[in-house]
Design a protein around this ligand. Structure first.
Ligand code: G3I
Length: 417
């Protein structure tokens, strides 16, 4: 897309562009898609299939709509080689009733991706949120296992062989719930017990043996005590599944980051490397940067967001088992952070958030150039490789602490095993 680079894009450090306010090319060879392909990385975004225009192409990928005709479709085609449905493949979207499935939007996504040579991530097969309205009165201890397996068999079989990776289980860990295994108290846990996770993965593996089966979670990026604890519990879960021969091939690190607050560091690298030791890939599955608490106008937001993208990608991209990077949306015009009125999304000045590589007008913002520059730096380590070794007797409040199953700490067998 030949879009005007905002002035702020030209003002921030190495993301400075020599032709401030000039039209600079960001499509084709200048796109994130091309720059990621050059370093062997899948790159993409969450999409709303309803907004994608299939007919404009009539099966001809070269006839993509221009930015003026359809900026959303245009940008998704140009920038992504992997897509994921933001909501369209969740239970609430796929299951209008216990007896029926509604595949119109997910089918459309696969058709669109196929036309444009893009892979698809499946999100998700089992989650405690966005369950259909009928679920709470219908699901019971007697039928929950059948309900879960039938859903996974039906959905994963339908797209078998066409899915890059499935988020088989999403957000199942929540240490504040107080269980020794760190699992979240959820409808699935209540109805089936902790083995619902194993059931979901084994069922998905039978239905689609080719997809990389992924455990996906959030708030496992930082070295705060809370996130270190959660990260340890996620790792413990992955280790337990792996040790028992349950088919799991990847960990999804959602990466909903904050413009303010501590930066990810040693703990996240440790998780990625411990995953590698088990042969697991790691995907950055839902990256965006929340500027709710950041004072200042759009340029301040853009600078802070770009800095987070830069430091985060410089940390994770050199890790060889990090295979995919997806942002949770591609444009500020369609992001959950501008749709929610919750305190964690709403800015005190009521300004719109700018968490993604393209703004409300589909112009590339500094985050776009930060991402592209990070890709261009290649996948060579830029941080000391021993960053995961915490200093001895560290009094750092953000230092990782000993959670059973976390790196260097023996796993604790959960009581249900
Ligand atoms: O579609 C209905 C619409 O008919 C209705 O009028 C409207 C009224 O509120 O709601 C619409 O549904 C909303 C839906 O997004 C589609 O916009 C839901 O209320 C809203 O809760 C839902 O939010 C989604 C959220 O997951 C649900 O928890 C966000 O769009 C989506 O970005 C978000 O994505 C999650 C990932 O799946 C998992 N990781 C965290 C990430 C962010 O929360």
């Amino acid at each position: 897309m030949a879009a005007a680079v905002s002035l702020s894009a030209a003002l921030h450090g190495e993301e400075r562009h020599p032709q401030a306010q000039a039209k600079v090319p960001v499509d084709g060879p200048d796109s994130l898609r091309a720059h990621a392909a050059a370093v062997g990385l899948q790159i993409g975004c969450a999409v709303v299939p309803q907004l994608l225009d299939l007919s404009a192409n009539a099966g001809n990928a070269s006839a993509t709509p221009t930015p003026d005709q359809d900026p959303y479709t245009h940008t998704v085609i140009e920038q992504a080689n992997i897509l994921v449905a933001e909501n369209a493949m969740k239970w609430s979207s796929l299951r209008p009733s216990p007896a029926t499935f509604a595949f119109e939007q997910s089918d459309k996504l696969f058709q669109f991706a196929s036309i444009h040579g893009q892979l698809v991530r499946g999100h998700n097969l089992c989650w405690h949120e966005q369950l259909p309205s009928w679920f709470s009165s219908y699901a019971s201890k007697a039928n929950a296992k059948a309900l879960l397996t039938q859903h996974i068999q039906t959905v994963a079989s339908r797209y078998a062989g066409r899915v890059h990776s499935w988020d088989v289980v999403n957000e199942a860990v929540h240490p504040p719930d107080g269980r020794p295994d760190g699992l979240r108290k959820s409808p699935w846990l209540d109805l089936i017990g902790p083995e619902y996770i194993e059931l979901a993965f084994t069922t998905a593996a039978k239905a689609d043996p080719q997809a990389k089966l992924t455990y996906n979670d959030y708030d496992i990026e930082l070295d705060t005590a809370e996130q270190s604890s959660k990260r340890g519990a996620v790792l413990m879960l992955a280790r337990r599944l792996h040790a028992r021969g349950i088919p799991i091939q990847a960990i999804g690190v959602q990466s909903h980051l904050q413009a303010t607050g501590p930066r990810p560091g040693a703990g996240l690298l440790s998780l990625i490397r411990e995953a590698a030791k088990m042969g697991l890939e790691v995907y950055i599955t839902e990256m965006d940067v929340n500027t709710r608490a950041l004072p200042g106008g759009p340029e301040a937001q853009d600078a802070a967001v770009a800095e987070v993208y830069k430091t985060y990608l410089d940390l994770v991209l050199p890790e060889p088992n990090v295979k995919a990077l997806l942002t949770w949306g591609i444009t500020d015009a369609h992001t959950w952070l501008n749709q929610s009125k919750q305190p964690w999304a709403l800015r005190p000045d009521f300004a719109r958030q700018r968490p993604l590589p393209f703004d409300d007008q589909y112009e590339p913002v500094p985050a776009f150039f930060a991402m592209r520059s990070a890709l261009d730096r290649g996948r060579q380590p830029l941080v000391p490789t021993d960053i995961t070794t915490p200093p001895k007797d560290s009094k750092d409040p953000y230092a990782p602490f000993a959670v059973p199953g976390s790196p260097g700490v023996p796993p604790q067998t959960p009581p249900h095993q």
